[in-house]
Design a protein. Structure first.
Length: 282
């Protein structure tokens, strides 16, 4: 699936969006949410945390779906794994002050790519970052070099072209802050490497407000979505008391799985991209 590639039929009225669920492997409720939405045809892809506690157990079910599977590069959240891990604020500071321990980061990226291949038997279809760390200075260069060394040609998530029409200022600011943490620099390097990225980015919000708020933001995202855009989401099915976002993840699942979601997609002449973006929308 190439997020930037146009439809095979210019006459088609439908635009295809890539709906991507982050955090597969984080816990059983997240995995259940991803698998449930995959079964409903509401997802295109999911991003795998190779060290996530539930990743290995639920991977066979994931690989039986139609979803693309990407590496969710994680440098900030500890699951008890060995290797480089820092709190997000410290990582950002280190990246911009050019104080990253580059050898450790290089080793960690390689370890996670190896882990992805060991778990799935293949290279990732795409790469993004947990808390968007893949775009940080230093990290992005090491990541692209590691992909080159493996002759891997995934698409790379671009956070730098958010669709912001109709969103309140606080969500616009958050999207711009995320983009400002390295998206432009990553884009230049991705283009030089001959890889591709999504043309637009949707799904940034403040993880509050329950179903009502998420329905509102979903309506505004879909109203401005363009062909090939990535809509990031974080669904879960069920409660996990250890997950601070558990309630909002369940709200996301409720919205994404609803009949109203199907109607919204139809109203905006959108379809969710599957594994082959050259196929006509069904």
């Amino acid at each position: 699936m190439n997020p930037e590639r146009p439809s095979a039929s210019p006459a088609s009225e439908y635009r295809r969006i890539v709906v991507c669920a982050d955090d597969f492997g984080m816990n059983a409720t997240v995995d259940a949410g991803v698998l449930g939405l995959a079964g409903l045809g509401r997802l295109s892809a999911t991003s795998l945390l190779v060290d996530g506690p539930s990743a290995a157990h639920n991977l066979p079910a994931l690989l039986a779906t139609h979803l693309q599977v990407g590496l969710h590069l994680n440098l900030t959240e500890s699951f008890g794994q060995r290797g480089f891990c820092q709190p997000l604020k410290s990582l950002i500071q280190s990246a911009y002050l050019r104080r990253l321990p580059l050898d450790q980061v290089r080793t960690e990226i390689s370890r996670q790519l190896d882990g992805f291949q060991n778990l799935t038997g293949r290279l990732p279809d795409y790469v993004d970052g947990h808390q968007h760390v893949h775009q940080l200075p230093g990290v992005r260069d090491l990541l692209l070099q590691a992909l080159k060394d493996r002759a891997a040609t995934p698409w790379i998530r671009d956070t730098g072209r958010p669709r912001l029409a109709g969103l309140p200022w606080r969500l616009r600011v958050k999207a711009r802050v995320i983009a400002g943490l390295g998206a432009a620099g990553l884009r230049r390097r991705v283009q030089a490497a001959g890889l591709i990225q999504n043309p637009g980015f949707l799904g940034v919000y403040d993880f509050t407000g329950g179903v009502s708020a998420y329905e509102t933001w979903m309506s505004r995202w879909l109203a401005q979505a363009r062909d090939g855009d990535v809509l990031m989401c974080h669904p879960a099915q069920g409660t996990d008391a250890r997950d601070a976002l558990s309630d909002q993840r369940q709200a996301e699942y409720a919205v994404l799985s609803s009949a109203r979601m199907a109607q919204r997609l139809a109203d905006h002449h959108l379809t969710i991209a599957g594994t082959d973006p050259c196929k006509e929308p069904s």
